[in-house]
Ligand binder design. Structure first.
Ligand code: MG
Length: 389
């Protein structure tokens, strides 16, 4: 094929929200002039709005592909990496083999230790756009390029119940249950009475058939996490996510060895190498690849490794425009070991849905977009909202 990559443009897309992601700010959690604040419970920076980086790539024949990555804080870093460095090594190349380009770009900075963080986020946005173009060139969805759809629909679990009180979160979960969703995850940093009280309340509200998992937000020592998970066991905890700090691999191993509840990790990983270091030492049960950090090429590698090792795959889904979610659903639908996918309901809210395409999530199940490429693209309204970086 003679088609070559002609241009790459980088944008931010900001979507306002009434209540910050995960829920209202707590006492003393002050919002700075950038709209950022730190949650006391996990020492992590959050923003009062949703923002992601969108990437538009066009070929000489006029095919357009879109990518998306994190842009919650310091989105200019992604712009610099792409415009100053990466674009120069992409423009003029054949887009039909995204994984080759991904590996070439990864190699550029490996020697200097840039094997994660913002650098690999930038690669993720590029990789998603390349796969989108590769599919559109031949009129196939990304899933078809990857060998075909194995799961036409799969469970969506409701994540984050952004309300200020335990009662309000219970009511919100119940409202989702009435709409046909019966799998949930709650977030430790906003559980004002702690994890055990939170699951106890949700179990009472949602009844015995609901699947309920806990996101522990990398916030515990191994011993503390073991104690908490054991205390949640009696409420039939579905899985315990991110129980210890991401660097604490021996702690993760200790937790996984000492509890019967499945341990889920992986949203913050960038590559399958991050997974390898952990699965060699820890009895992980579930991996949670996040498309916005990994891109399609690495997401596939993580999925293949998980399948080989007999682990469940339940991808993470972050907040944003939904381009990376479409990519995640395309790849997820090809994975035999997939047992569900996180559902960020804000992406689908009518006043925030800004994509053209048929991606949907209803009555507890995702329907992946069909294609070609990712099967979605920013609507005319979304294009108006993009801000050039
Ligand atoms: Mg999480």
């Amino acid at each position: 094929m003679n088609d070559k990559i002609k241009s790459i443009e980088v944008f931010t897309l900001t979507l306002n929200r009434d209540i910050p992601y995960l829920g209202a700010t707590g006492e003393g959690e002050n919002i700075n002039e950038k709209g950022y604040f730190v949650r006391d419970a996990n020492k992590t920076v959050y923003s009062t709005f949703d923002r992601s980086v969108l990437l538009r790539m066009e070929t000489t024949s006029g095919i357009v592909g879109w990518g998306e990555t994190y842009g919650l804080v310091a989105p200019g870093v992604i712009r610099e990496l792409i415009t100053d460095l990466l674009a120069n090594f992409i423009i003029g190349r054949d887009p039909s083999d995204p994984s080759v380009i991904y590996d070439n770009l990864y190699d550029l900075m490996r020697f200097r230790g840039y094997t994660g963080g913002f650098y690999v986020d930038a690669l993720a946005a590029i990789d998603i756009a390349l796969w989108d173009i590769a599919g559109r060139q031949v009129g196939k969805s990304v899933a078809e390029l990857l060998g075909g759809v194995k799961k036409k629909k799969f469970i969506a679990y409701v994540s984050g119940l952004p309300k200020k009180s335990i009662e309000a979160r219970g009511k919100l979960a119940k409202a989702w249950q009435k709409k046909g969703f019966n799998s949930f995850k709650f977030a430790a940093p906003v559980a004002e009475f702690g994890l055990v009280e939170e699951i106890s309340h949700l179990r009472t509200v949602l009844g015995p058939t609901a699947k309920i998992s806990a996101d522990m937000h990398w916030n515990h020592s191994a011993d503390n996490a073991i104690e908490l998970i054991q205390a949640m066991e009696k409420y039939d905890l579905w899985f315990a996510e991110a129980p210890v700090r991401t660097e604490d691999i021996s702690g993760l191993g200790k937790v996984a060895k000492n509890v019967t509840v499945p341990i889920a990790v992986g949203e913050e990983w960038r590559t399958h190498f991050d997974m390898l270091h952990r699965v060699e030492r820890c009895k992980i049960a579930i991996v949670q690849p996040e498309m916005g950090h990994k891109g399609i090429t690495n997401f596939v590698r993580i999925g293949e490794l998980a399948t080989e090792l007999g682990l469940d795959i339940i991808p993470h889904a972050t907040i944003g425009a939904g381009i990376f979610l479409a990519a995640s659903l395309q790849v997820s639908s090809c994975m035999q070991a997939l047992s569900g996918h996180e559902f960020q309901h804000s992406v689908f809210e009518p006043n925030r849905w800004i994509l053209d395409g048929n991606m949907d999530c209803a009555a507890g199940f995702y329907t992946p977009p069909s294609g070609p490429g990712l099967g979605v693209e920013p609507s005319a309204e979304a294009l108006e909202m993009l801000k050039k970086l």
